[in-house]
Design a protein around this ligand. Sequence first.
Ligand code: 6GU
Length: 224
Amino acid sequence: MRIDILTVLPELLQSPFDHSIMKRAREKGHLEVHVHQLRKWAVNEYGMVDDYQYGGGAGMVMMCEPLVRAIEELSATVQYDEIIYLTPDGHKLDQRTANALSLKGNLLMICGHYKGIDERVREHFVTKEISIGDYVLSGGELAAAVLVDAIGRLLPGVLNDETSALFDSFQDDLLAPPVYTRPEDFRGWKVPDVLMSGDHRKIDDWRYEQAVKRTEGRRPDLLK
Ligand code: 6GU
């Protein structure tokens, strides 16, 4: 998969994909991330990409021209399956959306800033609008990093048996069960006996029960 990201703050997206699973995904050739400085397509030599909003009101709006020039230039060499605008008023990101996007080939992500982007870019170019939750961030960059990570780890070949996504929280609409590692007894706090039993059938049953119990207690909305 190839992901291109348009942003006025490329610095914010320097390191998120240089570590751990995202690093491995890129090294193995499953994921390519290209971060572009939107000011490269600015309307003047001062790097202008935003302007006052029509109708008045505080806050700048990202202009059509730089965004559209960037989208069109990039689209000339890459066929995008989705052009995604990261915005707090978008569709709230969930595992289902991450799973679906991981099946695509090329994605273009637009990070909004200030009051957002001119509505005409949303109408005519953006194919998906995504929010990462009901709170406001200063810009779309951290949201884009979250989205790339959520998608990137699902790409075939990225995870191995040990890191398998199959048992993640949310993958089956259940939260993940509790996990333990050595020592068996830490300050008198013991690992549940069943996990030490070696009976894999019983262990699977226990984990499922725990997952259901945890989901009922913390996220009953997922069980509907
Ligand atoms: Cl995608 N952008 C911004 N600025 N804030 C957010 C968000 C996105 N998702 C949640 N809050």
